[in-house]
Design a protein around this ligand. Structure first.
Ligand code: FMN
Length: 507
């Protein structure tokens, strides 16, 4: 059965009067860490010095000089640590809970990382699963897999990547709590990990390209996934200067059943067929129409005047990039206090600058997503609902007024949100996604929303501001509050503002 982006999004909308409570089956809680019984992980070098640069310089890379020529096992270990690592622990209901550098809806962490390597010094070529809790690698395949990867995923000019990262989601982890709506979180959460990975690749000066268009079945086969339980959502290639073209295809054997069984994370898993079916509806990778320049009109709201964004006179950073990554947590104790013009401009820059010259060929996904923000408390800025124009690096005021308290009501009455200074909004016209890209367009928009959401989180942390992603809202109420047309929706919201305790200055 084919399900469109509009149908899935509508089906999984929350309505104030139709919220049905389902109990959480605590005895059947999904395991948030993946292991392969019978395999022992290779432990990666740890305690390596983290990059000391400021986030502003990583996001603001203007040329690709200093690119990495060779990846060794230490750099590789560092990239994985920057992509995903354990940053905090809490003891609750007699169990340790671990928090990670990337935010995740309900702390359910559906995303897993796999990576194929080629010519990494100190590591055999092959396919590895990254076990975040061990900072180690499970070897799943050995040998040079470049031919298969190039034929199966989009690589830059058929160049052989030094590393290819595959980000998957294990359905049941988020389904356990969110049921049919979980696919939204599979994508957003995976986008968050992607955000970290891309920042890490920039920090270590590795050229990279994102691919959301790959042959689903062949990739899942490569990774040894049980496709009914776990699927690949995003691929990122990283290249050294020595990358050469390869054009040979390869055939790969199926991995042992014990490998695919590891996609099961609980004894009794609930299946949400709509998620599998919607995911499979995305199989077509053909662009059906060309996105036009008028796309911002597609939301049904338009500012009268656009203004070029001004770069901050200085980024008010209180800690460096690595410290911000480790300090990043979801903060809800917002103070009713303004953020400075510089902080706001830096947050906007972190979104608009996110594409560095090291990042190649991912522009085609950009038009799937629109962004705006509600500013109640930004110094020097008229309160209102604004839209952002990525292409022209501009912002435009759509409607004057204070919207944040009303948005807090829309967000399932999470009333602490009313004290945030800004709500960043991730928006899409789902009918437009279906029209241009087919159902797969939903992946682009949601993955990108998650990726940019993670940039906002880390930027906020670097400036000592609080931040929290919000995936729970009454969908129609959100569209109505913003004045969007019938086919447009809020996909995700990220609230930012000063919070009660800010971390001390570091780095
Ligand atoms: C996609 C997404 C949706 C989220 N939605 C909410 C939400 O509606 N309400 C909330 O309080 N926190 C929300 N969060 C924050 C998560 O609860 C938080 O990331 C998780 O508990 C892990 O904690 P940490 O971010 O402090 O590491 C969301 C996070 C993500 C990534």
């Amino acid at each position: 059965m084919t399900i469109s982006a509009s149908e899935y999004h509508r089906h999984t909308s929350y309505h104030r009067d139709k919220m049905t409570a389902h109990h959480l089956d605590w005895r059947n809680q999904p395991n948030v860490f993946k292991d392969y019984p019978g395999l022992s992980p290779i432990v990666l070098p740890s305690n390596l010095p983290l990059p000391e640069e400021k986030l502003s310089s990583i996001l603001g890379i203007r040329d690709a000089r200093g690119r990495l020529e060779q990846v060794d096992s230490e750099t590789f270990s560092l990239i994985l640590r920057l992509a995903s690592t354990i940053t905090a622990k809490a003891f609750h209901a007699d169990v340790d809970h671990f928090f990670r550098s990337a935010a995740s809806a309900g702390a359910l962490y559906p995303t897993e990382i796999y990576v194929t390597t080629h010519s990494v010094t100190g590591l055999d070529d092959g396919l590895y699963h990254f076990a975040v809790h061990r900072h180690g690698l499970y070897t799943l395949r050995t040998g040079d897999l470049s031919g298969y990867i190039i034929r199966t995923t989009q690589t830059s000019k058929n160049k052989r990547p030094a590393l290819t990262f595959f980000l998957t989601a294990i359905f049941f982890r988020s389904v356990w709590k969110y049921r049919d709506r979980a696919y939204r979180y599979h994508l957003l959460d995976t986008g968050h990990v992607m955000g970290n990975l891309v920042m890490g690749l920039n920090a270590l000066r590795l050229s990279h390209s994102l691919s959301y268009d790959f042959d689903d079945q062949r990739v899942n086969h490569l990774l040894g996934l049980d496709e009914t339980k776990e699927v690949c959502l995003a691929v990122t290639h990283a290249y050294t200067d020595h990358a050469v073209s390869v054009s040979v295809d390869q055939k790969l054997d199926s991995l042992h059943d014990a490998i695919s069984s590891a996609s099961q994370v609980s004894a009794r898993e609930i299946d949400c067929p709509i998620i599998r079916e919607f995911h499979q509806s995305d199989a077509s990778k053909t662009l059906r129409a060309t996105p036009g320049p008028e796309t911002l009109q597609g939301l049904g709201v338009a500012p009268e005047i656009w203004k070029k964004t001004a770069a901050p006179t200085n980024w008010p950073e209180v800690m460096n990039y690595s410290a911000a990554l480790y300090h990043r947590r979801s903060k809800r104790n917002f103070l009713k206090k303004a953020i400075s013009q510089d902080s706001h401009a830096a947050l906007i820059s972190s979104i608009l600058m996110e594409k560095s010259p090291l990042s190649v060929a991912s522009a085609k996904y950009d038009r799937s997503l629109f962004m705006g923000f509600l500013a109640d408390d930004v110094e020097g800025m008229e309160p209102g609902f604004y839209l952002l124009d990525f292409a022209n690096k501009s912002i435009g005021l759509v409607k004057r007024g204070f919207f944040i308290e009303r948005m807090a009501h829309v967000c399932l009455d999470q009333m602490w949100l009313k004290n945030a200074a800004v709500h960043f909004l991730f928006l899409a016209n789902t009918e437009y996604l279906d029209h241009i890209w087919g159902a797969r367009g939903y992946r682009y928009a949601m993955l990108r929303a998650g990726q940019l959401g993670q940039s906002l989180y880390v930027s906020a942390a670097a400036m000592g501001l609080g931040c929290c992603g919000i995936g729970a809202f009454y969908d129609e109420e959100a569209a109505k509050l913003l004045g969007l047309n019938d086919t447009s929706s809020l996909l995700y919201l990220v609230a930012i503002g000063p919070v009660k305790s800010t971390p001390s200055s570091k780095g």
